[in-house]
Design a binder for this molecule. Structure first.
Ligand SMILES: [Zn+2]
Ligand SMILES: [Zn+2]
Ligand SMILES: [Zn+2]
Ligand SMILES: [Zn+2]
Length: 311
């Protein structure tokens, strides 16, 4: 029976409770190792304290919870927990209900062996309210939240996109990040760009290899106004390289609509865009997707060769 309990919640089940979050498996091996061993320890505690034969109690989920728990009166919440500690399953006598401690992350009450009044930021409060205050959490939650602190598991593209509109500083970070994402791709193809690519190592690689992926640490650094200036510095160094590098300049585009001689690049996300059909780069204001000149040429060429082969 006990082994069944273990397999029901494998360590790999550390996945979000709602959309918008994904966990990169295998990226941070060390973190995962710590995670595994701690899960085992937590589970051992749960199993030892578990009351045999009770079906009314389930251990805390190993998931990232992204909802803020509405305030519920202690007595009502403990009844809902069937008078068990939410961490170890120890039955609580009604006269000791007052001693239970609330975990803001799980929205449940815990005995003092499972809750040492540790404090943590709560992911849902950051994502929904940009609230970085620390709240009391159970030891299990504290361990879980500490272990994911640096992991980029919050994808603002698939959920909580409105956070950009709510938080100007985060919107700024997103704009710079988008440019860095494109310019890094270009720099990686340049054999003279080693030193400028070193600059990118000042920030975690997920911030420039992907867009919209953040860790709680990234959010906090954004809130403190530390992230945007750092990203901006990297962007400045990258632009200086591209401006002065013949190899990189050779990979730019000429806008076929206006034929301006100024070379343009996909990383100029504010002023330029790529055609979804042919991937060529144009000024945003010049581009009309219905008649991309390059796509038109490609189609004409195809029709020509088809007419030659008689198909
Ligand atoms: Zn307990
Ligand atoms: Zn270059
Ligand atoms: Zn143009
Ligand atoms: Zn095109």
């Amino acid at each position: 029976m006990l082994s069944e309990e273990v397999t029901r919640q494998p360590p790999g089940s550390l996945i979000p409770a709602s959309s918008g979050v994904s966990m990169e498996v295998g990226e941070e091996e060390q973190a995962e190792e710590e995670l595994d061993s701690s899960v085992d320890t937590a589970r051992e505690v749960m199993l030892k304290s578990r009351v045999p034969g009770t079906e009314d109690w389930v251990p805390p989920p190993c998931q990232i919870i992204l909802t803020v728990h509405p305030p519920v009166k202690r007595d009502i919440a403990v009844v809902a927990q069937n008078f068990f500690c939410a961490g170890c399953g120890t039955p609580i006598q009604p006269k000791f209900v007052k001693r239970l401690r609330y975990c803001e992350y799980l929205g449940k009450y815990f005995c003092d062996r499972c809750h040492s009044s540790a404090e943590s930021c709560i992911p849902a409060r950051i994502l929904l309210m940009w609230d970085f205050r620390k709240y009391q959490v159970s030891d299990f939650s504290k361990w879980l939240l500490d272990s994911i602190w640096h992991q980029p598991i919050f994808n603002l593209l698939s959920g909580h996109h409105s956070l950009y509109a709510k938080v100007k500083e985060l919107d700024r970070v997103k704009d710079i990040q988008e440019q860095l994402f494109h310019i890094k791709k270009l720099l990686k193809t340049c054999r003279f760009a080693d030193s400028v690519l070193k600059e990118f190592e000042q920030v975690p690689s997920h911030l420039t290899d992907e867009c919209h992926m953040f860790s709680m640490d990234d959010f906090l650094r954004t809130k403190k106004g530390l992230l945007a200036p750092l990203l901006k510095d990297i962007l400045r160094a990258s632009l200086a390289h591209v401006d002065s590098c013949e190899l990189c300049q050779g990979k730019g585009f000429i806008c076929e609509f206006c034929q301006s001689t100024t070379v343009i690049f996909p990383f100029q996300t504010m002023t330029c865009r790529r055609c979804a059909g042919c991937r060529a780069c144009f000024h945003k204001q010049c581009f009309q997707s219905s008649r991309c000149p390059r796509c038109a040429r490609i189609i004409a060429r195809r029709q020509h060769s088809e007419s030659l082969t008689g198909t």
